[in-house]
Design a protein around this ligand. Structure first.
Ligand code: PEP
Length: 246
């Protein structure tokens, strides 16, 4: 059985005050032991705050990105070692906003995935097609190629130590959610590509997930949870999505 997981990606939102309020709200509402695993990925400056506010809770903490380099003269970069050092358990790699705005290639994403894994954290590989690619019937090709670049670098077993988030680019921050069936098709394809490791790897769906859409998505057999952007900035909405995963 794969444990359901819901992760919040705060992106470049919040400040000390709003981050603390959000974290305290989550700590109050997501108490005790739960079937679902829950984590938040605040911006770097608030990771330490998240670790401290969430210390006695069952809510994990992750980062939104990482450098592929170990250490050294890379101004502005954050090493996997540093994230592990401050207690991060998860790190997103290859989010579509990084692939698009920062021109991150799948080769680079593969190196980041390996860097996170090497430091004992769980890398979350984000993959997804654009609307143009979907309409051209290239969804599986695009997802397959993004995934295979990481498999080539880390091996199937290496990828299976992490998690995958299927996030159709056209559904991120747009209010358009893939139907549960559309998402299920891609999740099932990802399991196929993962071969013998396909059954065990957890695959989240991401793209405008809201409390109203969560249950339908989670009822699909290959959808193991959600990576949540916008709705993770509201305690009520995020907790409602986490409850739907129980
Ligand atoms: C995301 O950024 O990973 C995401 C899924 O965002 P949203 O839920 O806002 O579409």
């Amino acid at each position: 059985m794969r444990r359901k997981i819901v992760m919040g990606n705060w992106k470049m939102n919040s400040n000390s005050e709003s981050a603390e309020a959000l974290l305290k709200g989550l700590a109050e509402q997501w108490t005790g032991v739960h079937q679902a695993e829950v984590a938040v990925c605040p911006p770097y400056p608030y990771i330490a705050l998240a670790k401290s506010v969430l210390e006695n809770t069952n809510i994990g903490v992750g980062a939104q990105d990482v450098s592929q380099h170990e250490a050294g003269a890379y101004t502005g970069e954050i090493a996997a070692d540093m994230l592990a050092d401050i207690g991060c358990q998860y790190v997103l790699v290859g989010h579509s906003e990084r692939r698009d705005y920062h021109k991150e290639s799948s080769e680079l994403v593969a190196k980041k995935f390996a860097a996170v894994s090497a430091k004992g954290m769980i890398p979350v590989l984000c993959v997804g097609e654009t609307l143009e690619e979907r309409e051209a019937g290239k969804t599986f090709d695009v997802i397959g190629s993004q995934l295979m670049k990481v498999v080539d670098h880390c091996g199937l077993a290496g990828v299976a130590k992490g998690m995958i988030a299927y996030e159709p680019v056209w559904a991120i921050g747009t209010g358009k959610t893939a139907t549960p069936e559309m998402a299920q098709d891609v999740h099932s394809y990802i399991r196929e590509v993962m071969g013998p490791e396909g059954d065990q790897i957890r695959i989240m769906y991401g793209g405008s997930v809201k409390p109203e859409s969560a249950e339908g998505l989670f009822s699909q057999k290959d959808i193991d949870g959600a990576l949540v952007g916008g709705a993770s900035l509201s305690v009520e909405d995020f907790v409602a999505i986490c409850r739907a995963a129980e």
